[in-house]
Design a protein around this ligand. Structure first.
Ligand code: GLV
Ligand code: MG
Length: 311
């Protein structure tokens, strides 16, 4: 696991096609918390091999600031995975934080990647464990095995839902993945969101929602972000700079929430350490250890979003 990237924010996770020099050049100018250079589905099969060198060049020579830097490689059921990993991890240097694995179906998929990464790290002068793993759950089999997948390796940093491939895998009668289906009475992905979230949290991972494909529909994106944000997700993919702005806002606490969280921490500390009480009144509500745990999450998220406590 790369300690540096494990705790960095991933409110917005920007997808950049690895075969496009134009998009690669533009990537660093977009204010996303995490950026992944893609070798998988946004790259045509005939461009896949050439895209590897473009991605390595972009990681080494562009200034990506302090964002989490990731490359999505092709899935194990293709012919490209080992070549992607050896070329990209072997040549990118330590600015590369992690590899994203699409269509993960079982713990063994992650374990195989972990073993391959260890050998490449040893041969290329990287600290063993430097490269983290993001695992995408986007097939029926992957969802069934999500609990063992989340526990498969110390390198895992996030678990990510892939709504488009998942809709295809489930044979849902939709032609656009990751958007609302008005005919369905509720959220057709509610079970999926919750199952992935529980498995991720049980293993200390960040949990990320995938793309919203209707790029121009920013109000609907906002609505959709609020669903997973309310459940507890850390962030969502972005396919366009306008999406990044909406996503960064929704996955950050407000100043009011941030200040209240700090006030709860202070009141709870006073109660437990000075007054030796485990539960006390805070305004009109009772707070206890569970309140402290909730408050800590708001504070760490707020700090990651650059908030400072109001004076
Ligand atoms: C992302 O990879 C998706 O399939 O939604
Ligand atoms: Mg996918």
């Amino acid at each position: 696991m790369s300690k540096k990237s494990r705790d960095l924010p991933r409110r917005s996770c920007l997808s950049v096609p690895g075969s496009s020099e134009r998009f690669l050049q533009k990537g660093p100018t977009i204010n996303a918390d995490m950026t992944f250079l893609d070798l998988e589905d946004s790259v045509a099969p005939l461009e896949k091999v050439d895209a590897r060198a473009k991605v390595v060049d972009a990681i080494r020579n562009l200034d990506w600031g302090d964002r989490v830097m990731c490359v999505r490689v092709n899935a194990w059921d293709t012919k490209w995975t080992y070549g992607d990993v050896i070329e990209v991890v072997g040549n990118s240097g330590d600015r590369l934080d992690e590899i994203m694995m699409p269509k993960v179906e079982r713990a063994a998929d992650v374990i195989a990647m972990d073993l391959l990464l260890t050998q490449i790290e040893k041969n290329s002068g990287l600290e063993v464990g430097h490269i983290g793993i993001e695992a995408q759950i986007e097939t029926a089999q992957g969802l069934i095995n999500v609990e063992e997948i989340c526990a498969a390796s110390k390198r895992l940093e996030t678990i990510v839902f892939g709504p488009a491939d998942f809709a295809a895998s489930m044979e849902m009668p939709v032609l656009t993945g990751g958007v609302q289906i008005s005919e369905y009475p509720g959220d057709h992905f509610h079970y999926v969101f919750s199952k992935i979230l529980m498995a991720g949290r049980a293993n200390g991972l960040q949990v990320i929602d995938g793309p919203y494909l209707k790029i121009k529909e920013l109000d609907n994106l906002r609505d959709y972000c609020n669903r997973t944000r309310t459940l507890g997700y850390d962030g969502k993919w972005a396919l366009h700079p306008d999406q990044v702005t909406v996503i960064n806002e929704i996955y950050s606490p407000t100043q009011e929430q941030f200040d209240k969280a700090w006030a709860i921490i202070d009141a709870y500390k006073e109660a437990t350490e000075t007054d030796r009480k485990g539960a006390v009144m805070f305004g009109d509500e009772m707070i206890d250890e569970a309140s402290r745990k909730m408050a800590i999450k708001f504070i760490s998220r707020g700090e990651r979003a650059g908030l400072k406590r109001s004076s």
